[in-house]
Design a protein around this ligand. Structure first.
Ligand SMILES: C[S@@+](CC[C@H](N)C(=O)[O-])C[C@H]1O[C@@H](n2cnc3c(N)ncnc32)[C@H](O)[C@@H]1O
Length: 168
């Protein structure tokens, strides 16, 4: 197997050299998702196909705890933490814009039932503390919300978009 590391905006691959590709939870972090998908288009063979998967951070719903704090947390994360928080819902449109053919669009709700796992994956504690430091949540609201979430039963849900594309 040939493993190469590179920036998704400038893949170390020849034009039209790739049969299958997967971009899974990367595009929310990158500087220019449109350029990254154009780069995917460049490296795919005419028969090439790819699957793209991205969550939508605006849709994060957690329970128990204050809904208002949940919404304020989401707003802060989307404004200040995740560079492209709603890239999931934008994937198909941007893929078509760069010349890829969209062959399917799916949206699933991902569920997490364990606070510790959700906290690791979603940064609930870390980002709530950042929101306090940024003046976007009061210390009291953040501490109460996190304490409520840590008192089970817990549930977190968010939408995950999956788009398949072909280069043809
Ligand atoms: C949430 S992880 C994705 C995990 C992985 N795709 C998987 O399926 O488990 C995000 C990954 O995106 C990578 N990443 C962020 N910016 C990137 C860029 N400009 N080019 C390539 N990779 C990038 C990070 O290094 C990190 O490994």
């Amino acid at each position: 197997m040939d493993v190469r590391q590179g920036d998704v905006h400038a893949l170390p691959l020849e034009d039209h050299s790739v049969d299958r590709a997967r971009i899974d939870r990367v595009l929310h972090l990158v500087a220019d998702p449109t350029a990254a998908l154009a780069e995917l288009r460049r490296v795919l063979r005419p028969t090439g196909r790819a699957v793209l998967a991205q969550p939508d951070w605006e849709t994060l719903a957690v329970d128990p705890g204050s809904v208002a704090t949940n919404l304020a947390f989401n707003r802060f994360v989307c404004d200040r933490i995740v560079p492209n928080p709603v890239i999931g819902r934008q994937l198909a449109r941007i893929a078509a814009d760069v010349g890829l053919t969209v062959t399917s669009i799916e949206a699933d709700v991902q569920l997490l039932h364990d606070f510790t796992t959700a906290d690791e994956l979603l940064g609930l504690t870390r980002n709530a503390h950042r929101a306090v430091e940024a003046g976007r949540l009061t210390r009291r609201a953040a501490d109460t919300w996190l304490a409520d979430l840590a008192t089970g039963p817990f549930l977190a849900a968010f939408t995950l978009f999956r788009v398949t594309v072909s280069a043809a």
